[in-house]
Ligand binder design. Sequence first.
Ligand code: NAP
Ligand code: MG
Length: 512
Amino acid sequence: MKTKTKTLKLVNRRNLSPRTHAAVPLRERRLHFGNKWDYAPAPEESKNYVIAPRHELFMGGRFVPPKSGKYFPSINPATEQTLTEMALADAADVGAAVQAARRAYDRVWRRMPGRERGKYLFRIARLIQEKARELAVLETVDGGKPIKESRDFDVPAAAAHFFYHAGWADKLKYAFPGRTPRPLGVAGQIIPWNFPLLMAAWKIAPALACGNTVVLKPAETTSLTAMRLAQIFQEAELPDGVVNIVTGAGETGAALVNHPGIDKLAFTGSTEVGKKIARAVAGTPKRLTLELGGKAANILFEDAPIDQAIEGVITGIYFNQGHVCCAGSRLFVQEGIYSTVIKKLRDRIQTLRVGNPLDKNTDIGAINSKPQLEKIRELVQSGVDEGAELTQSSCSLPAKGYWFAPSFLTGVTHAHRVASEEIFGPVLSVMTFRTPDEAVARANNTPYGLSAGVWTDKGSKIFRIVNQLRAGVVWANTYNKFDPTSPFGGYKESGFGREGGLQGLAAYCRVS
Ligand code: NAP
Ligand code: MG
């Protein structure tokens, strides 16, 4: 049987006689469909999951219509079809959510022993695991990211954050030996659209573990999985009001920022909005953590294992269509290997599969929204106008939806906008360097400081360079690796405060 299958793989389906064809298992027949070099189509079944036509706000443990009476559409960026409509929370709705969170804090959550809080977090983590397939499909249709990423990264990592923090809930005194950690109160949390479920988990899990209650504001274009998470909270019988979710646009976020009933504000998003929030919160007793933009440098030395490094560079920039705050969007290549690297990059982007995000073979999905696509196009055009050379994959893009082919720019100088501004799309800017000191100086020459990568065969070089880079996370001979036990956060205009690990817990406790 083994030999037969092997032989069949080499022939095109059209060459099989009807008898032979019937004898071949369906899975094998699919392999031979159409062009033999194409993968078989393998889309996930989105129709197995019902998306309600309307989503209300989640507060006090119930789904309630917005006082504003307004709703806004949530679309699938790969098809431009409307998936559902979301309630638009105004300041009065935000006020009601904060009130519900305060009540839950005073009456239930702050008084509950850590070991009991931990049980709820464990239950939520298990429910996320149980519903992993559904959550992955919802994340993909709502945000445009490939199913293999939402299925293999976003959803498992979201569950892992609840598991990790469930473990801490009754051990906080060991996290801060000799000191007494107490919760802060009501936490307002605002998240972006690039990792909607994961960002919600990053924020909610540590807040709850430390005894705080939450009002969460997801991003306008990707609120669907947050609302599914609200149903999970109900299923886990999380006490009413411990987590409240208000959907809406920037004004909803601003209403949360300015609400006097918030004790802590945690924001992940752009540096521009982060600065506005910092100004609004200055002079108030609110605690603040900001996780903002980035313009990471990936430094590739001549002694690095080149093929492994190219894969890391590809993951670093094209993962989630480059909608990643820590994307390795500036590649610094040591001069001696520049032409080899460019040739390999050119070949490799041709093999990336762009298209239907629900197809498990897809590498690059849809750009999250039309404005984001326009921003990417405008910045890339500015690079070309300023003299950089654009290399793009020649893949064909679907007619409907928002798409950008994987690209890189060469001949980039520091003066170009593409070398300093965050593109937040599948576009890499490639530059060269001669010495390690030059690489460090150029990598640090940015207002951001979220992440960086170093590729070299020499351990000593890694330690030297890592200590000189002004970035919150530095990966060595790998890229985009995350774990709930590792603190994540930035320097300079990438924000302050850490999420994950002990440092992430400290951001939700008053320690005396
Ligand atoms: P954004 O425009 O700053 O939005 C982030 C969130 O803030 C969204 O929920 C947004 O609502 C809300 N918002 C907008 N204006 C607001 C205001 N005036 N007051 C309060 N909230 C407001 O960022 P984005 O475009 O969604 O996300 C991309 C950015 O996030 C990138 O810069 C990326 O680097 C950064 N990011 C950073 C990290 C990190 O950990 N450092 C992680 C992920 C992303 P609407 O969606 O309705 O506008
Ligand atoms: Mg959407």
